[in-house]
Design a protein around this ligand. Structure first.
Ligand code: CMX
Length: 137
């Protein structure tokens, strides 16, 4: 596989407003976007730090992936996302190395990116996201 850089780190929080306040008032970052991704049952808030983003995730449903995660593990780091070119080729490469794919074909995520997840059971416990901005490649 070929990964370009860490696109974002996803952090599961119970209360988006309270978490944004911490990232802004304590860490001094600026929230530049709040977006609901209904397909993923999350509301997201984004911050930029260098080339990398922090994505805060509040679940909009207890049955969604982030709702279930918080129920089991509590708040904290939920996933790491790598920017890639040719996301389909990266997925085929991962599959050829026996990595379990959650998404066999990319879907649309926050900020209009094409995204796909690798299952944490085959990535040493870290839910791994690949994302490609097809508008710039
Ligand atoms: N990191 C590490 N492990 C995780 C995890 C995560 N984020 N989420 C779930 N797991 C683990 C659970 O702890 C559980 O482990 P055990 O079997 O040892 O208890 C196992 O995976 C199964 O968990 P589950 O609660 O039964 O959940 P599901 O199998 O239904 O779903 C997963 C797990 C990863 C397939 C699902 O959360 C998923 O499809 N995630 C990808 C989509 C997503 O997370 N979207 C939200 C972010 C969207 C965005 O960034 O815009």
């Amino acid at each position: 596989m070929q990964l370009n850089y860490i696109e974002h780190i996803g952090i599961a929080v119970k209360d988006l407003t309270a978490a944004i306040k911490y990232y802004e008032e304590v860490l001094g970052l600026t929230c530049y976007s709040i977006e609901e991704v209904s397909e993923q049952q999350v509301k997201t808030a984004f911050f930029k730090i260098g080339q990398t983003k922090i994505e805060l995730l509040e679940s909009t449903s207890p049955e969604g992936p982030v709702g279930k995660f918080i129920e089991k593990k509590g708040e904290g780091i939920h996933h790491i996302a790598f920017a890639v070119n040719d996301i389909e080729a990266q997925l085929s490469d991962a599959a050829s190395k026996s990595i379990q794919l959650i998404d066999h074909t990319p879907r649309k995520g926050a900020e209009g990116l094409d995204i796909a997840f690798l299952h944490p059971k085959s990535t040493f416990g870290v839910l791994t996201e690949l994302c490609e901005n097809k508008n710039v490649n």
